[in-house]
Design a protein around this ligand. Structure first.
Ligand SMILES: [Ca+2]
Ligand SMILES: [Ca+2]
Length: 73
């Protein structure tokens, strides 16, 4: 999953992304789903990233990553 902060143009590539999130293995489909919610009630939203193809706990069992919210992202 790649994020480009504005301003950006069509010449942007994965190499110029401002934020990159790569799954742990090929074909884990990290970034297939993404959402944001304040899960710990501190007033800052966490980013929730789904990887439905992750095989850590069985073939395609999936995994969810939670990126803590903060001013630094
Ligand atoms: Ca939070
Ligand atoms: Ca898999």
């Amino acid at each position: 999953m790649f994020v480009w902060l504005a301003p950006f143009d069509l010449a942007e590539t994965s190499e110029t992304a401002d934020v990159a999130f790569k799954g742990e293995s090929p074909n884990d489909m990290a970034g297939y789903s993404i959402s944001a919610a304040d899960l710990d009630g501190d007033g800052r939203a966490e980013i929730v990233i789904g990887a439905p193809g992750d095989d850590t706990n069985g073939e395609d069992a999936g995994k969810v990553y939670v990126v803590p919210g903060g001013a630094g992202l």
